[in-house]
Design a protein around this ligand. Structure first.
Ligand code: GLC
Length: 516
């Protein structure tokens, strides 16, 4: 391999609306982020990925884009973006944008022209006539994937405000190549590609036969690989070692590996690990499977445990009894203290692995999911489209608590934030954790610092207990105990531990790193 920066980078995901607000409207903005770039540098990450910040009516908070080559005025517009980019680069922080090619906003001029009857514009979307929806496909947010516009139906894999593009129309492909160039020309270091496996649908739009979990006709079609290959060529053509990170949800690891062939995506999130519950055997199998099957193609792994679509790790790993919900958003009883302890352990394990790591804002503070949001405050379309069966993703998107008290815990000068913060948020405030020995923030900072010196392939260390996952890379050994009993190791003081234990011991529900 050629040693590209993105192969072992640590990227911090910024959900801008909820990061920091400077204009007092209760919604985060680019200036809020710019003023905290030193914060990210001090934490020790290498770059940031911005969720979509283009002009958008907000049906899916930015994933419904109405203009792909502008920045929403509420976030500060293009001038604020350029300032952010320059200041990030001045601190050696890379900046990744988020591109949404599967669908746009219903307010996008193309869709508006299509609704007005412009035949060329109509060909850029998927319209079908009929008295009934053309097939039985479902939206990922719940409900049918078809909505009516006049006498016709249009396909939307997500919200009705997000019409799917017709990727079989070359105009769509040409448009997105221009959009990519626009952002690369502006200086970004990479692009995260939203649902990169979904652009193409089966050409005949047949019924989805058995209503299994995964509709194989609506995603992961072979044609998508040609598009990604062309995008890789464009990115490589800049000679700046740009990255493309795919959000690719496919049923099997070998499907994912196809997206990571040498001429396709440099990176794609390895969600298999994110889907594992707190279980040593599952973690070991997932990490081993990823390293074997993905690394065999020559690609590096892109690890992540959290993002803006799933319940926060503290609440997933702290789940002590399950009621309902998908694996990414399980509901039930959460033991928060246990969840924080396990999330700290999981983060250290993750940071010791070979490959790159994506952290989601708030993880560094051990922030739990806000499971107790008032129903009337919920905004994620999943909530209503699922007939309120799925709480959706608002609970991981609540504006960050920076301070333990004060209006909106230091997020904004306003008391009111776009999603309400719970009273208990101050306990997890970020700033009081900075410099406090043993805090979750300091654990992240120190782990990121040590990680810079970790190299070499992973070698498993056999453990005589099933609840222990241990491996070494070079002269560093990482040992994670998933169960409730301490575990003895032949080394003395750890370099770093997510929970204290005596020398030669790893505490229950913790990870410790040793120099061996
Ligand atoms: C991706 C995004 C998610 C969004 C969806 C539709 O899964 O991560 O937040 O709702 O695509 O754009």
């Amino acid at each position: 391999m050629n040693g590209s920066w993105w192969q072992d980078t640590v990227v911090y995901q910024v959900y801008l609306r909820s990061f920091a607000d400077t204009d007092g409207d209760g919604v985060g903005d680019l200036e809020g982020l710019r003023l905290r770039l030193d914060y990210l540098r001090d934490l020790g990450v290498d770059g940031l990925w911005l969720n979509p910040i283009y002009p958008s009516p907000g049906a899916d908070h930015g994933y419904d884009v109405s203009d792909y080559t502008d920045i929403d005025a509420r976030y500060g517009g293009l001038p604020a973006f350029d300032r952010l980019l320059a200041d990030a680069h001045a601190r050696d922080l890379r900046v990744l944008m988020d591109l949404v090619p599967n669908h746009c906003s219903a307010a996008h001029p193309w869709f508006q022209a299509a609704l007005a009857g412009d035949p060329a514009a109509r060909e850029r979307f998927i319209f079908r006539p009929g008295a009934r929806p053309p097939n039985n496909w479902r939206s990922a947010f719940g409900g049918p994937a078809w909505s009516k516009a006049g006498d016709e139906w249009y396909l939307h894999s997500f919200d009705a405000g997000q019409p799917d593009f017709n990727w079989r129309n070359p105009e769509v492909a040409a448009y997105f190549e221009e959009v990519l160039r626009f952002w690369f020309d502006r200086g970004v270091d990479g692009i995260r590609i939203d649902v990169a496996h979904m652009m193409f649908k089966h050409a005949d739009l047949p019924d989805w036969p058995d209503h299994a979990e995964y509709n194989i006709l609506a995603q992961n079609q072979p044609e998508v690989h040609d598009v990604l290959r062309r995008w890789r060529k464009i990115a490589d053509g800049y000679g700046r070692d740009l990255t493309l990170v795919g959000e690719v949800w496919v049923p099997a690891i070998d499907d994912l590996a196809l997206y990571l062939r040498p001429d396709e995506l440099p990176q794609a999130f390895y969600f298999d690990l994110l889907l594992c519950p707190w279980d040593a055997a599952r973690f070991r199998a997932s990490i081993g499977g990823g390293l074997e099957q993905i690394a065999a193609t020559g690609a590096t792994l892109t690890w992540t445990l959290a993002n803006h679509d799933v319940h926060r790790t503290v609440s997933r790993y702290g789940l002590v009894s399950y009621t309902d919900g998908p694996p990414t958003r399980p509901r039930g009883t959460v033991d928060v203290a246990l969840g924080v302890r396990r999330a700290r352990a999981a983060m250290m394990l993750l940071l010791a692995l070979p490959g790159s790591v994506y952290l989601y804002q708030g993880e560094e503070a051990g922030l739990p999911e806000v499971l107790d949001l008032p129903d009337e405050a919920r905004q994620d379309p999943t909530w209503l489209r699922s007939g309120t069966a799925d709480y959706g993703r608002d609970g991981c998107r609540v504006p960050l608590p920076w301070t333990a008290s004060g209006p909106s815990f230091g997020f904004s000068s306003s008391e009111r934030t776009w999603l309400p913060q719970p009273d208990w948020f101050g306990e997890f405030a970020i700033e009081p954790q900075i410099g406090r020995p043993g805090s979750t923030w300091e654990l992240h900072r120190r782990a990121l610092e040590i990680r810079r010196g970790i190299g070499g392939p992973l070698e498993w260390i056999p453990a005589d207990r099933r609840d222990v996952v241990a491996f070494r890379r070079g002269d560093l050994a990482s040992v994670t105990v998933f169960g409730d009993e301490p575990y003895a190791v032949p080394w003395g003081e750890p370099l770093l531990a997510s929970a204290d234990a005596g020398p030669g011991t790893v505490a229950p529900s913790s990870t410790a790193w040793f120099r061996v």
